[in-house]
Design a protein around this ligand. Structure first.
Ligand code: 9UX
Length: 72
């Protein structure tokens, strides 16, 4: 069973930032899709909640140096 997490992501200033977030999240066990949009300051992540939590996904993004929030 897959879950989808959509996030606002703050602190991205160039395409290397969005690529880095896709890389660090995409290599987490249980994450099957990681797509980050620099211009929209957003990301979409598909994951198996039995293998990785939403909290852990957000923590990985924070550890990479960015902020996250839930879109309104
Ligand atoms: Mo671009 Mo992002 O030079 O952390 S990599 S600003």
């Amino acid at each position: 069973e897959q879950s989808v997490l959509e996030l606002k992501i703050g602190g991205m200033h160039c395409a290397a930032c969005s690529s880095r977030i896709e890389r660090v999240t995409g290599r987490i066990e249980g994450v099957t899709e990681a797509s980050v949009n620099l211009g929209a300051e957003s990301g979409r992540f598909v994951f198996d909640p039995a293998l990785v939590s939403q909290r852990a996904l957000r923590q990985a993004i924070h550890d990479a140096g960015f902020t996250t929030s839930i879109p309104q």
